[in-house]
Design a binder for this molecule. Structure first.
Ligand code: NAG
Ligand code: NAG
Length: 166
């Protein structure tokens, strides 16, 4: 094998490693907890989340649950519709690891990334509209003056269309 080939393979290997170990950081999270440790709950959270990590990248969405009684945990994870399975898998893995660090014994926890979202809760929340928590994202770029009118028209049309779909 020529030196060049070995070099190229090495670069490819490094890129793969960098990609799989450095997912983008989370863009926000929520943890509702009484501050106490609940070992059985933590263990059920771990199992619920590992089921999500295993399933979500297949279709970009999955729900799971584990445990019984007050220690039952419900989980949901989803990836943005336009991303590759591999990136979905990397993101949900990172989300599960991170939320366990940030919120190992919560009643309700959520974590957002640019390309995926993960949540667990001790109540069954599937299919329920929940506007309890959110945060605004803003684009730090400004619309320049000559484009302002077209921008506002476009924005108005977009919001109208979204409104019709609801
Ligand atoms: C849950 O998973 C985390 C991270 O892998 C681990 O540190 C922790 O001990 C686990 N907790 C339980 C109760 O299994
Ligand atoms: C956008 O406009 C605001 C207000 O004029 C200014 O403070 C900010 O620095 C601008 N941002 C960029 C990215 O130019």
């Amino acid at each position: 094998m020529s030196l060049i080939k070995i070099f190229l393979i090495l670069i490819l290997l490094c890129m793969t490693i960098a990609e799989s170990t450095n997912p983008a950081p989370n863009t926000g999270y929520l943890c509702i907890t009484d501050g106490k440790k609940h070992p059985q709950l933590s263990s059920n959270i771990n199992i619920t989340l590992s089921k999500l990590v295993a399933e979500t990248s297949k279709d970009g969405f999955s729900i799971s649950s584990y445990g019984s009684g007050t220690n039952k945990v419900f989980g949901l994870a989803q990836c943005r519709g336009d991303i590759r399975k591999k990136d979905c898998s990397i993101c949900t893995k990172a989300a599960a690891t991170e939320i366990i660090k940030l919120c190992s014994s919560g009643n309700d926890a959520r974590i957002w990334y640019d390309i995926c979202f993960l949540r667990y809760n001790i109540k069954k929340f599937f299919g329920k509209v929940d506007t309890y928590y959110g945060f605004p994202y803003s684009n730090e770029k400004n619309v320049t003056n000559p484009e302002l009118e077209a921008f506002n028209d476009g924005l108005g049309n977009l919001l109208n269309e979204i409104g019709y779909d609801l």
